[in-house]
Design a protein around this ligand. Structure first.
Ligand code: AMP
Length: 207
């Protein structure tokens, strides 16, 4: 099962991807998480990526393509993968077709006004990677799953969010046509309760 999850930031890709990976026993490969781990480690890639990420811009294609190529060559990807946040440009999609062509592309769409509310209220737990919305938290600073300290991602600050949405519409949305033409696109309405979104994805992936 080789899967790609498309969709704007805040559409719930990460949450849905975790459930799908458990179900199909494939690794969840989030390029955003990989880049944040590289920043935390202080690697050369991390240092280079941070400037782009903090501005809400895309990290250059060459960096991402090399990173994903290496990751997909690891042994846990023999039965497939779920790529979350990659590809984000037509160039990356073409490179992925050369490395390992995806079988299905799940596009989770949510209108921009809803995304803004979701992203400004998003808090993440660096310890367990959980994602929460402030309206659902008893304490904005404490992870309800593991007790870790919740933080707001630097790129979830309002000034950066609009940039990220603009970048999605101009650079990533063209991939919808790219995968429509390839016959692999599954369009999912992400503007509904998370369990309903999951059901729709299961149906699209054939149960
Ligand atoms: P995400 O966690 O997927 O929202 O990614 C956070 C940030 O990491 C993005 O806003 C980009 O700056 C960078 N990033 C992640 N994946 C990619 C990609 N495939 N191409 C370029 N930049 C990326």
């Amino acid at each position: 099962m080789k899967l790609v999850f498309l969709g704007p930031p805040g559409a719930g890709k990460g949450t849905q991807a975790s459930g799908v990976c458990q179900k199909f026993a494939i690794p969840h490969i989030s390029t955003g998480d990989m880049l944040r781990a590289a920043i935390a480690k202080g690697t050369e890639t991390g240092l280079k990526a941070k400037v782009f990420m903090d501005a809400g811009k895309l990290v250059p294609d060459e960096v991402l393509v090399q990173m994903v190529k290496e990751r997909l060559s690891e042994s846990d990807c023999v039965n497939g993968y779920l790529l979350d946040g990659f590809p984000r440009t037509v160039k990356q999609a073409e490179a992925l077709d050369e490395i390992s062509k995806p079988e299905k592309v799940v596009d989770v769409e949510v209108p921009d006004d809803k995304l803004l509310a979701r992203l400004t209220g998003r808090r993440v737990c660096p310890a367990c990677k959980g994602t929460f919305h402030i309206t659902k938290l008893a304490d904005e600073k404490v992870c309800p799953d593991c007790g870790g300290e919740l933080i707001q991602r630097d790129d979830d600050k309002p000034a950066t969010i609009q940039n990220r949405l603009n970048v999605y519409h101009s650079k990533t949305q063209p991939l919808i046509d790219y995968y429509k033409n390839a016959g692999t696109l599954c369009e999912i309405d992400g503007d509904q309760a998370p369990d309903k979104v999951f059901e729709a994805i299961e149906v699209a992936l054939g149960g």
